[in-house]
Design a protein around this ligand. Structure first.
Ligand code: ADP
Ligand code: SF4
Ligand code: MG
Length: 378
């Protein structure tokens, strides 16, 4: 897909958020070292990330593998608990994961092959959440057929009795989306929903998500490593690097005028039909270890514009245009690029990147994938 692909019509992005993550932070305890030096270490997966999802909009969370995108989505779904920050639904902090929350905020997972139980027919996958949430209505079969129509699996009678292995990857992902829609959610968290599908069918799923935004006014988080598809689908793009947000802007603005060197790098590696060379991030360095992330700006070891201050002090978030913010010293006046500048210290005061984490991470937070998918329904 090219950056010039016609963008789905974008509604105004001013509506009040239905779901918000504020200052979300997550550590994991991981094994570190070998032999007699083996021990556990704290991995800083997500550090002070804020994201707001408004009805009738798509927000893309973009970054390389390991940048923390899935962890943010799982915290928003309340599949895992943040170690810092909070999740708000309609402006109210949510504690625990009440059933009403699980109904309103649904997740679509990356792998449509693993997310459907191979021993059950398609109608089982759609009826189960309806029963759990008491939403079947008088004629549950009619409800199921309706769901299949909404994700363009027609005629629906051809699909209800099939097993997952009888469907293509794209059809399975449509069933996974129909399952999420079955409980009438207000928010869809779609984690790399097309990355495991053939290129030829990706566009159909992206257009389905655009349709759900426009027709059903859903607030959608689209998690992807592919900035070109984010531009195609999303109203707003949030770029993550090494667990932190580095740039946020309306999608056309961000891709036409990227303000952060990392966003520029992502765009230079995005597919472009006019480019002769294949795109690649190879040769531009690799993301850092999240056990001992670089000091200052985490991107500084890879950044062609790095200055002395970049390795010592985390950059503040700078508004470079209305609705467009970048965390980069390049956008700070040279006279203010001073380590320990009180203005910058104050601006970064909420960020854990400036200080060590307060609480030890919970041990054993890793969950089996199927358990997560089952829990996301319940
Ligand atoms: N359950 C877990 N236990 C330990 N480390 C994890 C766990 N989940 C994610 N991580 C680590 O957190 C970092 C961010 O992961 P993730 O959120 O999956 O990134 P992305 O989705 O951007 O690829 C990675 O270094 C990953 O290895
Ligand atoms: S803060 Fe410095 S190292 Fe980080 S992206 Fe900006 S110029 Fe590069
Ligand atoms: Mg991921």
């Amino acid at each position: 897909m090219s950056l010039t692909a016609q963008q789905a019509a974008a509604p105004p992005v001013s509506a009040r958020p239905v779901l918000e993550g504020r200052g979300l932070t997550k550590f994991f305890s991981v094994k570190h070292g070998r032999g007699i030096f083996a021990g556990t270490a704290r991995l800083f997966a997500v550090d002070d990330v804020s994201v707001a999802l408004a009805p009738g909009t798509v927000t893309a969370l973009v970054g390389e593998s390991g940048s923390g995108k899935t962890t943010v989505a799982r915290m928003l779904a309340k599949i895992i608990n943040p170690d810092g920050g909070k999740v708000l639904l309609d402006g109210e902090p949510v504690s625990g994961r009440p059933r009403s929350y699980a109904r309103q905020v649904q997740m679509v997972f990356q792998d449509p092959f693993a997310s459907l139980n191979p021993i059950h027919r398609i109608n089982y996958h759609l009826i189960r959440p309806l029963k759990i949430h008491g939403l079947g209505g008088d004629d549950v079969n009619e409800t199921v057929e309706d769901l299949l129509r909404r994700v363009a699996l027609e005629p629906p009678q051809q699909f209800t009795r099939k097993f997952p292995h009888e469907l293509s990857g794209g059809q399975r992902q449509r069933v996974a989306i129909a399952r999420a829609l079955s409980v009438r959610p207000r928010v869809l968290l779609a984690d790399e929903p097309v990355s495991m599908l053939d290129v030829s069918i990706r566009l159909g799923i992206l257009n389905l998500l655009a349709d759900l935004r426009d027709r059903e006014h859903l607030a959608i988080l689209y998690v992807t490593h592919d900035i070109a598809s984010a531009r195609y689908l999303a109203d707003t793009i949030v770029v993550m690097y090494a667990g932190q947000v580095v740039e946020t802007a309306p999608s056309a603005r961000l891709t036409d005028h990227p303000a952060h060197p990392y966003t520029q790098l992502l765009l230079s590696a995005a597919p472009d039909p006019d480019r002769v060379e294949p795109p690649s991030l190879a040769g531009s360095g690799a993301p850092p270890s999240l056990i001992a992330p670089p000091s200052g700006c985490r991107f500084h070891p890879r950044c062609p514009h790095a200055m002395a201050i970049c390795s010592t002090t985390a950059p503040p978030s700078v508004t470079v245009d209305p609705g467009h913010a970048a965390n980069c010293w390049l956008h700070v006046d040279a006279s203010r690029r001073v380590p320990n500048n009180p203005e910058v210290v104050a601006a970064n005061a909420g960020s854990t990147s400036m200080r060590p984490p307060a609480a030890p991470p919970p041990i054993g937070t890793t969950q089996m994938r199927r358990t997560e998918e089952d829990r996301s329904m319940e």
